[in-house]
Structure formats: C-alpha cells, structure tokens
Ligand binder design. Structure first.
Ligand code: BGC
Length: 412
C-alpha cells in the first residue's frame, strides 16, 4: 500500500511538472470570434503568431456570441475571481476605460516605444486609447459600423437599381420590396443590433457632429430632432422580422443569404462572414443619409493584471500591433488595419474601399461597440431599446435615453 502510494505521488508530481512546463508556454487569447469570418480573422492572426512567437502556444479562449454579449459576462466573472486569460479582446475607447479604471489591465506604454507603435497608429486613435498619459492596449483593427448590406438579386427583383442615399429614399425602397412580396425586407436581430440601427438613424438625422455630441454631453437627448429620429427608427422597425428580439446578427444575416430579406445594417465583419460562408451575391453601401460619415470601432488586446505568461502575452500583443499581424488579421476579418503603413494590396475589394473612406470620411464613434460609451451606459441603452422593440413608446424611449445619458454624464 505504502509503495503504491509513493509511486502514485511520484507519477503525480512528474505529471504536474510536465503540465507546468506546457502551461508556461500557453497564451490564452480570450475573444468572441468563434465562427465564420470572425474565426477566419483570428486564424490569420494565430498563423502570424505561430511564425513570430514560435516559443509560445496559442490557446483559444473564444466564447461565441455577437458583440461579446456572452464573452463579456464570462470575462467579468473571471476578472473578479483573479483568473484572467493571458489576454482579452476589448473595444478601444470608453469600454477600455472601464477596465483601466477598475485596475484590471497593465500599462504597456514602454512596449509601445520599444515596438515602434507610437507612430504606427493614427494620432486620433492613440489619443482615444491614452488615459492619463498611459496606453493599456494594442488595437488590432478599425471596423466600420454604419454599413448597409444587401442581397443583390432581391433588390434587383424589386426594381431597385441604386442604393438609397437618404432615409426617405430607403423607406420608399422598403415599400417597393414589401409590395413585391418581401414581407420583412430589413433583417434585424436583438438588443445591440437594434442599438446599431438607432445610432445609424441618429447619424442621418442629426449629422456627424451632433451625433458625437450625444456621447460627450453637448447634444441634448431630449431635443425635438432626437424625437424625430426615434419616430423614423420606429417606422423602420415595421419593415423588420417579428422574431428580431431572439436573433443574433448571424441569424439575421442568414435571411439575407436565403433571399428572405433585402437589407441588413451591420458592421463590416459581415463582409468577412459572407465571404467565409461563400455567399457572393451581396452589395454594400453606407447607411442611407450617413453621407461620408465613418462610424468606427476598434478591437484591441490588453495585458491583464495577474496574467499568466506575461512574456508570451507580450509576444501576442507585439504580433497584433505589427504590420504583418494587421495584414494577416484584417484581410480576413472585414476590418482595416489600425496602422497607417499597411498597403491595401491584397485586401478584398470591400476593405480597399473602406481604407480609402477611413482617410477621407468624417469619423464618429460607436456606442454599441464601446468606442463612445462605457459598458454600463451601453447596457442601459440596450435595455431601453429592447423595451421599445416590444412597446414602441417613443416618448418613453427618449426619456429613458435622456435619463441614462444624465446618469453617465462626465463618466462615459
Ligand atoms: C467586434 C467585432 C465583431 C462583432 C460581432 C464587435 O463588437 O468589435 O470584432 O466581429 O462585434 O461579433
């Protein structure tokens, strides 16, 4: 018995020594990029990591669910119990400030200098991710939120030859589609996807500057122009599928692919996802009435406090920030490099157009994807929009939005 127990003890400790050695090579990367175009983008980055950081092993910590709705909840509880992944995905801007203010991520300003990142990213983006002179994240990309995707066969069948560039023109097209038998021509999903649609309508009605002012306190949420936008948003909901409150963005996208709907407002991860799923018959344009406004958001990676394998994580972050890493990732993710020195050669046509637009367009931040508002602010807006999806009460939604904005004023 005693001999057996000793043998068991030895084999247990030998095994755990091996495990410890293997674990020290592991870099657990926590994202919500689990399928389709998102997974394809992640795979591109992982391939580059394999080349640049051959000493380390990528461990996939992805938790599925659009915009990180599930992932962020899992992450919050892991951070609370001091069990951080080696690195996690977070949105540049206000959402990152949440983690910074909570002391959950490390200052990596020194690495910025060593890796030559300070001059590689545009100044506006660097300003956006700098808090009290320090930088805590490496942006992987720039996504555009305000893009209208379409099924070209469905729109052509309804006699639509050109994408609308005003909201009224868009509504006229949706009417044509309905008259032609497309019952729910505008595909829509749940919570955050509805907030994206509301934001796009607000950009059309208020214009870029007033829209940005909604997030910094200079535009009044109680204004008559906001009421008018919510009325238009309500009108647009009448063209959407009734089961919207149960669908993720990929479910709504499916109805575009199947020809059951004509349009979907979605970020440009949809380009990569449609490509990954082999659907070629799609068109894209800026959301009607948004003109040359580019509503942006950026995915970034951090070094969490207490991360296991700090050196491996730094190698991941360096890869994310490198020109090679940004090319490998963005050419498959639908987004464009955050770095300014990556050539558009070899990128799909959509991203080439987005790269040109990014340089010339007026930039506004996205709240649904954390650039403009904190997680608390965003959560409150999502729940107000969810209520509106069932009761359609314009005054109640506007009052709720104004109350949320007042609650978060100055805190973002
Ligand atoms: C992320 C994108 C992702 C999208 C849909 C956004 O919040 O920034 O990277 O593709 O959500 O899941």
């Amino acid at each position: 018995m005693a001999a057996l127990a000793v043998a068991a003890l030895f084999s247990a400790s030998a095994c755990s020594a091996d495990e410890t050695a293997a674990a020290s090579k592991d870099v657990e990367v926590f994202t919500w990029w689990a399928d389709g175009g998102e997974k394809a983008g992640l795979d591109g980055l992982v391939a580059q990591f394999g080349t640049s950081c051959a000493d380390y092993k990528f461990v996939n910590g992805a938790v599925a669910g659009g915009a990180g709705t599930n992932a962020k909840a899992v992450l919050a509880s892991r951070l609370q119990t001091n069990d951080p992944p080696s690195t996690f995905q977070a949105h540049a801007g206000a959402e990152l400030s949440d983690y910074i203010n909570a002391g959950q991520v490390e200052d990596i300003s020194a690495e910025y200098a060593t890796w030559g990142l300070t001059s590689a990213f545009p100044k506006g983006l660097i300003d956006n991710i700098t808090v009290d002179g320090k930088i805590y994240s490496v942006p992987a990309n720039i996504h555009r939120a305000n893009v209208l995707w379409s099924n070209k066969t469905v729109t052509a069948k309804a006699g639509i030859t050109k994408d609308a560039d005003t909201l009224d023109g868009f509504i006229a097209d949706l009417d044509k589609l309905k008259a032609g038998g497309v019952a729910a021509p505008l595909a829509l999903g749940k919570d955050w996807t509805q907030v994206m649609l509301l934001e796009a309508v607000l950009i059309s009605d208020l214009g870029a500057d007033k829209f940005t002012g909604l997030w910094n306190g200079s535009t009044d949420w109680k204004g008559a122009d906001v009421t008018a936008s919510i009325e238009k948003f309500k009108k647009l909901l009448t063209y959407t599928n009734k089961d919207r409150d149960t669908l993720d963005w990929t479910d709504a996208e499916k109805s575009i692919m199947e020809g059951k709907a004509a349009y979907q407002l979605m970020g440009d991860w949809e380009a990569a996802d449609l490509d990954a799923k082999g659907f070629k018959d799609y068109g894209y344009s800026v959301f009607p009435g948004n003109g040359s406004t580019f509503q942006w958001l950026a995915d970034a990676f951090v070094l969490p406090k207490g991360a296991k394998n700090v050196d491996g994580t730094k190698c991941w972050l360096k890869t994310v920030g490198s020109a090679e890493g940004q090319k490998a990732f963005n050419s498959k993710k639908g987004s464009i490099p955050a770095r300014t020195d990556v050539s558009s050669d070899g990128f799909p046509a959509y991203q080439q157009a987005a790269m040109a637009d990014w340089k010339s367009a007026k930039q506004v931040p996205s709240c649904a994807h954390g650039a403009a508002c904190s997680q608390g602010f965003q959560g409150a807006i999502v729940s107000a929009a969810g209520k509106f999806s069932s009761d359609g009460n314009v005054a109640a939604l506007q009052a709720a939005l104004a109350a949320v904005a007042a609650q978060f004023a100055g805190k973002k």
